[in-house]
Design a protein around this ligand. Sequence first.
Ligand SMILES: NC(=O)c1ccc[n+]([C@@H]2O[C@H](COP(=O)([O-])OP(=O)(O)OC[C@H]3O[C@@H](n4cnc5c(N)ncnc54)[C@H](O)[C@@H]3O)[C@@H](O)[C@H]2O)c1
Length: 272
Amino acid sequence: MKPLEGKSVVLTGAGGGIGRPTALVLAAAGARVVVSDIHEANLAQTLDQLRKAGGEAIAIRADVTREDDIRALVQGAVDAFGGVDGVVNNCGNSFHKDRDILSMEIDTWDATMALNARAPMLCCKHAIPELLKRGGGAIVNISSGAALSGQLGIPAYSAAKAAVISLTRSVATLYGAEGIRCNAIAPGLILHDRLAAVFPPEQVRVDAENILSPRAGTPEDIAHAVVFLLSDAAAFINAHVMPVDGGLLAHTPTYAQTRAMGSAGPNTVQES
Ligand SMILES: NC(=O)c1ccc[n+]([C@@H]2O[C@H](COP(=O)([O-])OP(=O)(O)OC[C@H]3O[C@@H](n4cnc5c(N)ncnc54)[C@H](O)[C@@H]3O)[C@@H](O)[C@H]2O)c1
């Protein structure tokens, strides 16, 4: 039995770097997937790949900043698969003008909040009644490591992703007794093709020096965490924030420099 056999799962941002592999991993786990994105051509490619892989899926174009689109997305899932068992609020992004506080324009702040914080709230608002009709269900919100630590840049995105964590806890607290689990994933740097083309190589190197795992993160790393949190294997995990970052945020800030010095760290001061 596959972990999500027959479950109807709605996934936003499915035309993107993490979203498309997540759709494929969800389908491989047995889910009937409703993929959604604002970008029609990319969404069509995701659907094509899903069907070629033997997945049961439909695609619904939606702009997650529009409540009517989200309402229609959830209704489309109900029409196609008879209900909704899971939601993955994956869609999100930062904007170029989100650089610092002194230059912050209200429009940049508001657009960042609309895409990253308001959209998952609206998906929860419209999907929860459907989850309740099934006797419960699971929601996974994709937050970010940027929500858990100060960043040199992207202050609006960081604040919005922190709001996603708070939303996650509120949903779990409000509806947990009715069988709804809501968890968040906080990815570290996941360098898929689109991001790799624009991300400064020097920053990639610095990240690599600070990740505890001996390799970079992949979209599939996020996808497998999503499947786990949606599945019954995670039945007693609720309101949790799971970093999937190779340990990036888990260590002392001087980790990379200490390793570069060839030192074994502070446990070398005296013989026992
Ligand atoms: N890639 C990383 O390193 C990383 C790190 C931490 C968190 N995250 C989070 O993971 C999630 C996925 O990130 P990604 O790297 O795949 O991003 P991406 O930019 O590659 O994909 C985002 C997708 O969302 C779609 N989209 C954008 N605006 C939309 C809208 N208004 N309505 C509907 N769809 C819209 C885009 O068309 C795109 O397909 C996001 O929430 C992101 O914030 C990513």
